[in-house]
Design a protein around this ligand. Structure first.
Ligand SMILES: Nc1nc2c(ncn2[C@@H]2O[C@H](COP(=O)(O)OP(=O)(O)OP(=O)(O)O)[C@@H](O)[C@H]2O)c(=O)[nH]1
Length: 382
Protein backbone atom coordinates (compact mmCIF):
# COMPACT_ATOMS: atom_id res chain seq x y z
CA UNK A 1 0.00 0.00 0.00
CA UNK A 2 2.84 2.38 0.86
CA UNK A 3 4.32 1.75 -2.57
CA UNK A 4 1.05 2.60 -4.26
CA UNK A 5 0.74 5.91 -2.37
CA UNK A 6 4.37 6.83 -3.12
CA UNK A 7 3.88 6.09 -6.86
CA UNK A 8 0.73 8.24 -6.99
CA UNK A 9 2.53 11.16 -5.30
CA UNK A 10 5.42 10.85 -7.73
CA UNK A 11 3.01 10.76 -10.66
CA UNK A 12 1.18 13.84 -9.39
CA UNK A 13 4.51 15.72 -8.99
CA UNK A 14 5.50 14.83 -12.55
CA UNK A 15 2.11 15.91 -13.98
CA UNK A 16 2.21 19.27 -12.11
CA UNK A 17 5.82 19.80 -13.22
CA UNK A 18 4.96 19.09 -16.84
CA UNK A 19 1.99 21.52 -16.75
CA UNK A 20 4.24 24.18 -15.17
CA UNK A 21 6.69 23.92 -18.06
CA UNK A 22 4.17 23.86 -20.92
CA UNK A 23 1.59 26.54 -19.91
CA UNK A 24 3.91 29.61 -19.74
CA UNK A 25 5.27 28.77 -23.23
CA UNK A 26 1.76 28.64 -24.62
CA UNK A 27 0.93 31.92 -22.91
CA UNK A 28 4.03 33.58 -24.41
CA UNK A 29 2.95 32.54 -27.91
CA UNK A 30 -0.50 34.00 -27.39
CA UNK A 31 0.79 37.52 -26.44
CA UNK A 32 -0.40 40.16 -28.96
CA UNK A 33 2.21 42.13 -30.89
CA UNK A 34 3.22 45.47 -29.33
CA UNK A 35 1.00 48.32 -30.52
CA UNK A 36 2.52 51.78 -30.27
CA UNK A 37 4.37 52.96 -27.24
CA UNK A 38 7.53 54.87 -26.71
CA UNK A 39 9.78 52.52 -28.59
CA UNK A 40 9.23 50.13 -31.43
CA UNK A 41 11.68 47.43 -32.11
CA UNK A 42 11.77 46.22 -35.61
CA UNK A 43 12.32 42.52 -35.84
CA UNK A 44 14.20 40.91 -38.59
CA UNK A 45 12.14 38.49 -40.63
CA UNK A 46 13.00 34.89 -39.97
CA UNK A 47 15.72 35.09 -42.50
CA UNK A 48 17.35 32.35 -44.27
CA UNK A 49 20.96 32.97 -43.54
CA UNK A 50 22.51 33.87 -46.83
CA UNK A 51 25.97 32.82 -47.74
CA UNK A 52 28.15 35.98 -47.57
CA UNK A 53 29.19 37.00 -51.08
CA UNK A 54 32.23 39.12 -51.88
CA UNK A 55 31.58 42.17 -54.10
CA UNK A 56 32.94 41.76 -57.56
CA UNK A 57 35.54 44.39 -58.44
CA UNK A 58 35.60 46.04 -61.85
CA UNK A 59 38.66 45.34 -63.93
CA UNK A 60 39.81 48.95 -63.59
CA UNK A 61 39.10 50.93 -60.45
CA UNK A 62 38.07 54.60 -60.95
CA UNK A 63 40.61 57.07 -59.52
CA UNK A 64 39.62 58.42 -56.13
CA UNK A 65 40.00 62.06 -57.22
CA UNK A 66 38.98 62.88 -60.78
CA UNK A 67 41.49 65.13 -62.48
CA UNK A 68 39.71 68.11 -64.06
CA UNK A 69 39.24 67.74 -67.78
CA UNK A 70 41.25 70.36 -69.57
CA UNK A 71 39.38 71.75 -72.55
CA UNK A 72 40.95 72.46 -75.88
CA UNK A 73 39.70 75.85 -77.07
CA UNK A 74 38.82 76.41 -80.71
CA UNK A 75 41.48 78.00 -82.89
CA UNK A 76 41.00 81.72 -83.36
CA UNK A 77 41.57 81.98 -87.09
CA UNK A 78 38.33 82.62 -88.97
CA UNK A 79 36.21 82.89 -85.83
CA UNK A 80 34.49 86.07 -87.01
CA UNK A 81 33.39 84.33 -90.16
CA UNK A 82 32.16 81.31 -88.18
CA UNK A 83 30.24 83.57 -85.78
CA UNK A 84 28.81 85.89 -88.43
CA UNK A 85 25.26 84.65 -87.87
CA UNK A 86 25.46 86.14 -84.36
CA UNK A 87 25.35 89.59 -85.96
CA UNK A 88 21.95 88.88 -87.47
CA UNK A 89 20.19 91.60 -85.46
CA UNK A 90 22.54 94.26 -86.75
CA UNK A 91 22.39 92.68 -90.16
CA UNK A 92 18.62 93.10 -90.37
CA UNK A 93 18.91 96.80 -89.61
CA UNK A 94 22.03 97.70 -91.52
CA UNK A 95 22.31 95.06 -94.18
CA UNK A 96 18.72 94.39 -95.19
CA UNK A 97 17.51 97.95 -94.45
CA UNK A 98 20.25 99.68 -96.39
CA UNK A 99 20.21 97.30 -99.29
CA UNK A 100 16.48 97.73 -99.82
CA UNK A 101 16.99 101.50 -100.13
CA UNK A 102 19.97 101.05 -102.41
CA UNK A 103 17.97 98.82 -104.71
CA UNK A 104 15.62 101.66 -105.71
CA UNK A 105 15.82 102.84 -109.29
CA UNK A 106 16.75 106.31 -108.32
CA UNK A 107 18.63 107.44 -105.21
CA UNK A 108 16.93 110.74 -104.44
CA UNK A 109 17.35 113.01 -101.43
CA UNK A 110 14.85 110.96 -99.39
CA UNK A 111 16.74 107.76 -100.14
CA UNK A 112 20.04 109.27 -98.95
CA UNK A 113 18.31 110.48 -95.78
CA UNK A 114 17.01 106.99 -95.13
CA UNK A 115 20.51 105.63 -95.55
CA UNK A 116 21.78 108.17 -93.01
CA UNK A 117 18.99 107.28 -90.57
CA UNK A 118 19.77 103.56 -90.81
CA UNK A 119 23.43 104.17 -90.03
CA UNK A 120 22.62 106.49 -87.12
CA UNK A 121 20.09 103.98 -85.72
CA UNK A 122 22.82 101.37 -85.86
CA UNK A 123 24.92 103.63 -83.59
CA UNK A 124 27.53 104.50 -86.19
CA UNK A 125 27.41 108.04 -84.77
CA UNK A 126 26.24 111.24 -86.43
CA UNK A 127 29.64 112.58 -87.51
CA UNK A 128 30.89 109.28 -88.86
CA UNK A 129 27.59 108.72 -90.70
CA UNK A 130 27.62 112.11 -92.36
CA UNK A 131 31.20 111.69 -93.51
CA UNK A 132 30.49 108.18 -94.80
CA UNK A 133 27.32 109.12 -96.70
CA UNK A 134 28.98 112.20 -98.21
CA UNK A 135 31.80 110.04 -99.56
CA UNK A 136 29.42 107.42 -100.90
CA UNK A 137 27.21 110.03 -102.63
CA UNK A 138 30.23 111.56 -104.27
CA UNK A 139 31.44 108.19 -105.55
CA UNK A 140 28.02 107.27 -106.89
CA UNK A 141 27.79 110.66 -108.63
CA UNK A 142 31.32 110.67 -110.06
CA UNK A 143 31.36 107.03 -111.11
CA UNK A 144 27.75 107.15 -112.31
CA UNK A 145 27.09 103.94 -110.38
CA UNK A 146 23.89 102.27 -111.54
CA UNK A 147 23.49 98.75 -110.31
CA UNK A 148 22.59 97.77 -106.76
CA UNK A 149 25.58 95.44 -106.66
CA UNK A 150 27.92 98.32 -107.43
CA UNK A 151 26.45 100.67 -104.82
CA UNK A 152 26.53 97.85 -102.29
CA UNK A 153 30.17 97.25 -103.01
CA UNK A 154 30.98 100.93 -102.64
CA UNK A 155 29.04 101.12 -99.37
CA UNK A 156 30.98 98.11 -98.06
CA UNK A 157 34.26 99.77 -99.03
CA UNK A 158 33.27 102.95 -97.23
CA UNK A 159 32.28 101.03 -94.10
CA UNK A 160 35.58 99.17 -94.11
CA UNK A 161 37.44 102.47 -94.59
CA UNK A 162 35.52 103.97 -91.64
CA UNK A 163 36.78 101.04 -89.54
CA UNK A 164 40.37 102.06 -90.30
CA UNK A 165 41.68 98.68 -91.41
CA UNK A 166 45.30 99.88 -91.08
CA UNK A 167 45.10 100.07 -87.26
CA UNK A 168 47.29 97.66 -85.32
CA UNK A 169 44.91 95.18 -83.72
CA UNK A 170 47.46 92.67 -82.50
CA UNK A 171 47.44 91.84 -78.78
CA UNK A 172 50.76 92.42 -77.06
CA UNK A 173 50.79 89.17 -75.18
CA UNK A 174 54.19 87.71 -76.02
CA UNK A 175 56.72 87.39 -73.17
CA UNK A 176 59.77 89.61 -73.37
CA UNK A 177 62.91 90.45 -71.38
CA UNK A 178 62.57 87.17 -69.51
CA UNK A 179 59.15 87.98 -68.07
CA UNK A 180 55.53 87.48 -69.07
CA UNK A 181 53.52 90.08 -70.95
CA UNK A 182 51.05 91.77 -68.60
CA UNK A 183 47.51 92.55 -69.74
CA UNK A 184 45.17 94.69 -67.64
CA UNK A 185 41.45 94.25 -68.27
CA UNK A 186 39.32 97.28 -67.30
CA UNK A 187 35.71 98.37 -67.74
CA UNK A 188 32.48 99.02 -65.86
CA UNK A 189 30.68 96.33 -63.88
CA UNK A 190 28.72 93.93 -66.00
CA UNK A 191 30.41 94.91 -69.27
CA UNK A 192 31.84 91.39 -69.45
CA UNK A 193 35.34 91.85 -68.00
CA UNK A 194 35.62 88.55 -66.18
CA UNK A 195 34.05 86.62 -69.03
CA UNK A 196 36.35 88.33 -71.51
CA UNK A 197 39.41 87.58 -69.36
CA UNK A 198 38.42 83.93 -69.47
CA UNK A 199 37.78 84.02 -73.21
CA UNK A 200 41.07 85.84 -73.91
CA UNK A 201 42.90 83.21 -71.83
CA UNK A 202 41.34 80.58 -74.09
CA UNK A 203 42.29 82.51 -77.23
CA UNK A 204 45.90 82.63 -76.04
CA UNK A 205 45.95 79.01 -74.99
CA UNK A 206 44.41 78.01 -78.34
CA UNK A 207 47.34 79.83 -79.93
CA UNK A 208 49.82 77.82 -77.85
CA UNK A 209 50.57 80.29 -75.05
CA UNK A 210 50.69 79.71 -71.29
CA UNK A 211 48.57 82.02 -69.15
CA UNK A 212 48.11 83.00 -65.51
CA UNK A 213 45.02 84.87 -64.31
CA UNK A 214 45.01 87.54 -61.58
CA UNK A 215 41.66 88.10 -59.85
CA UNK A 216 42.11 91.73 -58.83
CA UNK A 217 38.34 92.27 -58.80
CA UNK A 218 38.25 91.75 -55.04
CA UNK A 219 35.08 93.82 -54.80
CA UNK A 220 32.81 90.98 -55.89
CA UNK A 221 33.71 87.59 -54.38
CA UNK A 222 31.93 85.71 -57.16
CA UNK A 223 34.15 87.40 -59.76
CA UNK A 224 37.27 85.64 -58.42
CA UNK A 225 35.39 82.36 -58.29
CA UNK A 226 34.15 82.87 -61.85
CA UNK A 227 37.65 83.69 -63.09
CA UNK A 228 39.17 80.67 -61.34
CA UNK A 229 36.58 78.45 -63.04
CA UNK A 230 37.51 79.84 -66.46
CA UNK A 231 41.16 79.15 -65.59
CA UNK A 232 40.55 75.58 -64.42
CA UNK A 233 38.79 74.73 -67.66
CA UNK A 234 41.94 75.41 -69.63
CA UNK A 235 44.50 74.53 -66.99
CA UNK A 236 45.50 78.12 -66.17
CA UNK A 237 46.42 79.07 -62.62
CA UNK A 238 44.48 81.89 -60.93
CA UNK A 239 45.99 84.08 -58.21
CA UNK A 240 43.32 85.40 -55.84
CA UNK A 241 43.23 87.51 -52.71
CA UNK A 242 40.84 87.85 -49.80
CA UNK A 243 37.41 89.32 -50.56
CA UNK A 244 37.57 93.08 -50.20
CA UNK A 245 41.38 92.92 -50.14
CA UNK A 246 43.70 95.31 -51.93
CA UNK A 247 43.35 94.77 -55.72
CA UNK A 248 46.82 96.20 -56.33
CA UNK A 249 48.44 93.63 -54.08
CA UNK A 250 46.61 90.76 -55.85
CA UNK A 251 47.75 92.16 -59.20
CA UNK A 252 51.33 92.45 -57.91
CA UNK A 253 51.29 88.86 -56.58
CA UNK A 254 49.83 87.59 -59.85
CA UNK A 255 52.64 89.10 -61.91
CA UNK A 256 55.29 87.86 -59.46
CA UNK A 257 53.80 84.37 -59.62
CA UNK A 258 53.71 84.60 -63.42
CA UNK A 259 57.41 85.51 -63.46
CA UNK A 260 58.25 82.66 -61.05
CA UNK A 261 56.33 80.05 -63.03
CA UNK A 262 57.53 81.37 -66.39
CA UNK A 263 54.15 81.79 -68.11
CA UNK A 264 53.87 83.79 -71.33
CA UNK A 265 51.03 86.10 -70.30
CA UNK A 266 49.46 87.36 -67.07
CA UNK A 267 45.87 88.58 -67.46
CA UNK A 268 44.57 90.79 -64.66
CA UNK A 269 40.82 91.24 -64.11
CA UNK A 270 40.02 94.48 -62.26
CA UNK A 271 36.91 95.89 -60.57
CA UNK A 272 35.07 98.66 -62.40
CA UNK A 273 33.03 100.51 -59.85
CA UNK A 274 32.09 103.80 -61.36
CA UNK A 275 30.36 105.54 -58.49
CA UNK A 276 32.96 108.23 -58.63
CA UNK A 277 35.77 108.90 -60.97
CA UNK A 278 38.25 109.81 -58.23
CA UNK A 279 37.84 106.43 -56.50
CA UNK A 280 38.23 104.60 -59.78
CA UNK A 281 41.27 106.63 -60.73
CA UNK A 282 42.86 105.93 -57.37
CA UNK A 283 42.21 102.21 -57.57
CA UNK A 284 43.17 101.62 -61.19
CA UNK A 285 46.09 104.01 -60.99
CA UNK A 286 47.40 102.12 -57.97
CA UNK A 287 46.96 98.72 -59.64
CA UNK A 288 48.95 99.96 -62.62
CA UNK A 289 51.70 101.58 -60.53
CA UNK A 290 52.14 98.55 -58.33
CA UNK A 291 52.16 96.11 -61.26
CA UNK A 292 54.74 98.29 -62.99
CA UNK A 293 57.19 97.62 -60.19
CA UNK A 294 57.76 94.38 -62.13
CA UNK A 295 57.93 96.19 -65.51
CA UNK A 296 55.54 98.04 -67.84
CA UNK A 297 52.00 96.87 -68.57
CA UNK A 298 51.97 95.63 -72.16
CA UNK A 299 48.29 95.88 -73.00
CA UNK A 300 45.31 97.57 -71.34
CA UNK A 301 42.05 96.29 -72.74
CA UNK A 302 38.88 98.31 -72.19
CA UNK A 303 35.77 96.14 -72.18
CA UNK A 304 32.69 97.91 -73.55
CA UNK A 305 29.17 96.51 -73.67
CA UNK A 306 27.87 97.14 -77.21
CA UNK A 307 24.27 97.19 -75.99
CA UNK A 308 24.90 100.36 -73.96
CA UNK A 309 25.55 102.23 -77.20
CA UNK A 310 26.52 105.89 -76.97
CA UNK A 311 26.30 105.76 -73.13
CA UNK A 312 29.08 103.23 -73.16
CA UNK A 313 31.20 105.74 -75.01
CA UNK A 314 30.83 108.24 -72.20
CA UNK A 315 31.91 105.61 -69.66
CA UNK A 316 34.82 104.70 -71.88
CA UNK A 317 36.15 108.22 -71.60
CA UNK A 318 36.51 107.88 -67.84
CA UNK A 319 38.78 104.90 -68.33
CA UNK A 320 40.80 106.39 -71.15
CA UNK A 321 41.45 109.39 -68.88
CA UNK A 322 42.71 107.12 -66.09
CA UNK A 323 44.72 104.44 -67.86
CA UNK A 324 46.43 104.26 -71.21
CA UNK A 325 43.95 102.01 -73.05
CA UNK A 326 45.62 100.19 -75.92
CA UNK A 327 42.67 98.23 -77.25
CA UNK A 328 38.89 97.91 -76.97
CA UNK A 329 36.91 94.69 -76.65
CA UNK A 330 33.31 95.22 -77.68
CA UNK A 331 31.14 92.60 -75.96
CA UNK A 332 27.52 91.46 -76.53
CA UNK A 333 27.43 92.40 -80.20
CA UNK A 334 25.18 89.37 -80.57
CA UNK A 335 22.55 91.06 -78.43
CA UNK A 336 22.20 94.32 -80.34
CA UNK A 337 21.07 95.68 -83.68
CA UNK A 338 23.57 98.48 -83.18
CA UNK A 339 26.70 96.89 -84.58
CA UNK A 340 27.67 100.27 -85.98
CA UNK A 341 28.96 101.14 -82.50
CA UNK A 342 32.28 99.62 -83.55
CA UNK A 343 32.77 102.52 -85.96
CA UNK A 344 31.69 105.10 -83.35
CA UNK A 345 34.03 103.68 -80.69
CA UNK A 346 37.07 103.85 -82.91
CA UNK A 347 36.07 107.18 -84.32
CA UNK A 348 35.52 108.81 -80.93
CA UNK A 349 38.25 107.14 -78.90
CA UNK A 350 40.86 106.70 -81.59
CA UNK A 351 41.63 103.28 -80.08
CA UNK A 352 41.41 100.09 -82.17
CA UNK A 353 38.69 97.54 -81.48
CA UNK A 354 40.81 94.41 -81.14
CA UNK A 355 38.27 91.76 -80.19
CA UNK A 356 34.50 91.37 -80.33
CA UNK A 357 32.27 89.29 -78.03
CA UNK A 358 29.53 87.46 -79.91
CA UNK A 359 27.90 85.30 -77.26
CA UNK A 360 28.16 83.74 -73.83
CA UNK A 361 29.90 80.59 -75.02
CA UNK A 362 33.54 80.12 -74.02
CA UNK A 363 34.83 80.57 -77.56
CA UNK A 364 32.42 83.32 -78.62
CA UNK A 365 35.14 85.94 -78.85
CA UNK A 366 36.71 86.81 -82.17
CA UNK A 367 39.66 88.89 -83.30
CA UNK A 368 38.17 91.92 -85.01
CA UNK A 369 38.66 92.06 -88.77
CA UNK A 370 37.02 95.07 -90.49
CA UNK A 371 36.34 93.41 -93.87
CA UNK A 372 34.86 90.23 -92.38
CA UNK A 373 32.78 92.33 -89.99
CA UNK A 374 31.30 94.48 -92.77
CA UNK A 375 30.67 91.33 -94.78
CA UNK A 376 28.73 89.92 -91.84
CA UNK A 377 26.77 93.14 -91.32
CA UNK A 378 25.74 93.52 -94.92
CA UNK A 379 25.20 89.84 -95.46
CA UNK A 380 27.18 90.01 -98.67
CA UNK A 381 30.74 89.53 -99.77
CA UNK A 382 32.22 92.92 -99.14
N1 LIG B 1 25.40 87.69 -75.09
C1 LIG B 1 26.61 87.95 -74.60
N2 LIG B 1 26.80 87.99 -73.27
C2 LIG B 1 28.03 88.27 -72.79
C3 LIG B 1 29.12 88.53 -73.64
N3 LIG B 1 30.21 88.80 -72.85
C4 LIG B 1 29.80 88.70 -71.56
N4 LIG B 1 28.49 88.39 -71.51
C5 LIG B 1 27.65 88.20 -70.33
O1 LIG B 1 27.60 89.39 -69.58
C6 LIG B 1 27.40 89.10 -68.20
C7 LIG B 1 28.39 89.90 -67.35
O2 LIG B 1 29.67 89.40 -67.59
P1 LIG B 1 30.86 89.50 -66.51
O3 LIG B 1 32.07 88.96 -67.17
O4 LIG B 1 30.47 88.91 -65.21
O5 LIG B 1 30.98 91.07 -66.32
P2 LIG B 1 32.03 91.88 -65.44
O6 LIG B 1 32.34 93.11 -66.21
O7 LIG B 1 33.18 91.06 -65.04
O8 LIG B 1 31.16 92.25 -64.20
P3 LIG B 1 31.69 92.54 -62.69
O9 LIG B 1 32.44 91.34 -62.24
O10 LIG B 1 30.41 92.75 -61.94
O11 LIG B 1 32.54 93.74 -62.76
C8 LIG B 1 27.55 87.60 -68.06
O12 LIG B 1 26.26 87.04 -67.99
C9 LIG B 1 28.23 87.18 -69.36
O13 LIG B 1 27.89 85.87 -69.76
C10 LIG B 1 28.89 88.49 -75.07
O14 LIG B 1 29.76 88.74 -75.91
N5 LIG B 1 27.61 88.19 -75.48
Amino acid sequence: MEYVVASLILLAVLVVGAIGLVVPRLRRRELPPPTGGSTTTLERPPAEVAEPTLPTLPDELPPLVQAPTIERPEPTAGRLVRLRARLSRSQSLLGKGLLSVLSRDHLDEDAWEEIEDSLISADVGVEATQALVARLRERVRVLGTRTVAEVREQLAEELVAALEPGMDRSLRTAPHDGRPAVVLVVGVNGAGKTTTCGKVARVLIADGRTVLLGAADTFRAAAAEQLATWGERVGAETVRGPEGGDPASVAFDAVRRGIDTGVDTVLIDTAGRLQNKVGLMDELGKVKRVVEKHGPVDETLLILDATTGQNGLEQARVFTDVVDVTGVVLTKLDGTAKGGIVIAVQNKLGIPVKLVGLGEGPDDLAPFEPAAFVEALLGTDA
